[in-house]
Design a protein around this ligand. Structure first.
Ligand SMILES: Nc1ncnc2c1ncn2[C@@H]1O[C@H](COP(=O)(O)OP(=O)(O)O)[C@@H](O)[C@H]1O
Ligand SMILES: [Mg+2]
Length: 236
C-alpha cells in the first residue's frame, strides 16, 4: 500500500453512526430499539457499549457491523453508507471489513478449531498455503497453537471463544464487533478473554465495539456508550 493510501485508511473511522435509529414494526406496534445514536470507532480504539438487557446493544452492534440497516440516520462502514448499499455490497463490506464474535461462540460443531478459523479465508478463496499460515498465526495469537485439531466439544468455553476470536481476526478486519463475548464464561475465563480482546485492539490497530456488562472492560475502554431504551449517553 502506498503511504498516501495508508494515511487515508488510518484517518477514516472504521465505522461511524450518525443519529442512527432502528424501528422494528411488530403486530403490537413499533419498537424503537435504537434512537439517534452517534458514535465512531477508529483504528486501535476500544468502544464499549453497555446497558441493561433490552436497552438496544445488539440492535446497535448489528447496525454497526452491517448485519442490519438503520431506519433513520446513517451508518458508514469503511466509508460506505449501509442504508443505501445493495445486499451484495453489504455482504462484501462485512466480509472484507468486519470480524464478529458472539456470546454463544457460533463455532461449527463438526469442524476442528483449524477448520473453523479457516472459514473466512475459504469464503475469500485464499490459497491453501496462505490459509495454513494465517490460521496458524491466528491460533497462536489466541494461545491455542496446540489445539488446532480439536472440535468445539473438546474445548472449554474460554477456549471456544478464543477460537471464535481467531476466526474473527484471521482475515484482518478493520473492525471487530463483539456482542457480550464473555456472557457465557465464568469470571476468571471472562477476564482472560477480555485481556485478549484489549491486547488485539492495541497491538493490531483494529477498531473494536464490544457490548458488555463487564466493569473490567468498561474501565479499559477508550470510549464508553451507555444505552437506555435505545438512546445513548456518552460516558467517556
Ligand atoms: N427483530 C426484532 N423485532 C422486534 N423487536 C426487536 C427485534 N430485535 C430487538 N427487538 C427489541 O428491541 C429492544 C432492544 O433489543 P436488543 O437490541 O436485543 O437489546 P440488548 O442487546 O441490549 O439486550 C428490545 O425491546 C427488543 O425486544
Ligand atoms: Mg443483546
Amino acid at each position: 500500500m502506498s503511504e498516501v493510501a495508508e494515511q487515508t485508511v488510518v484517518s477514516q473511522a472504521a465505522v461511524r453512526a450518525q443519529a442512527a435509529g432502528r424501528v422494528f414494526r411488530t403486530p403490537v406496534g413499533e419498537v424503537h430499539a435504537c434512537r439517534a445514536v452517534t458514535l465512531e470507532a477508529h483504528a486501535g480504539e476500544l468502544v464499549v457499549v453497555r446497558g441493561p438487557s433490552g436497552s438496544g446493544k445488539t440492535t446497535l452492534l448489528n447496525l454497526l457491523g452491517g448485519l442490519d440497516r438503520p431506519t433513520s440516520g446513517r451508518v458508514e462502514l469503511a466509508g460506505t453508507d449501509t442504508a443505501h448499499a445493495s445486499e451484495e455490497t453489504l455482504l462484501a463490506l462485512r466480509r472484507d471489513t468486519v470480524g464478529f464474535v458472539f456470546q454463544s461462540f457460533g463455532l461449527l460443531p463438526v469442524l476442528t478449531a483449524v477448520e473453523n478459523v479457516e472459514v473466512p479465508l475459504r469464503i475469500r478463496r485464499t490459497d491453501a498455503d496462505e490459509r495454513a499460515r494465517r490460521v496458524a498465526e491466528a491460533l497462536e495469537a489466541v494461545g491455542l497453537a496446540d489445539h488446532g485439531r480439536q472440535r468445539p466439544d473438546e474445548l472449554s468455553g474460554g477456549q471456544q471463544q478464543r477460537v471464535a476470536i481467531a476466526r474473527a481476526l484471521v482475515a484482518e478486519p478493520a473492525l471487530l464487533i463483539a456482542d457480550e463475548p464473555t456472557g457465557q464464561l465464568d469470571s476468571r475465563t471472562a477476564a482472560a478473554v477480555m485481556d485478549l480482546i484489549v491486547e488485539i485492539v492495541h497491538t493490531r490497530g483494529i477498531a473494536a465495539v464490544v457490548a458488555t456488562h463487564d466493569p473490567l472492560l468498561v474501565e479499559r475502554a477508550d470510549r464508553v456508550v451507555a444505552l437506555h431504551d435505545g438512546a445513548a449517553v456518552a460516558e467517556r
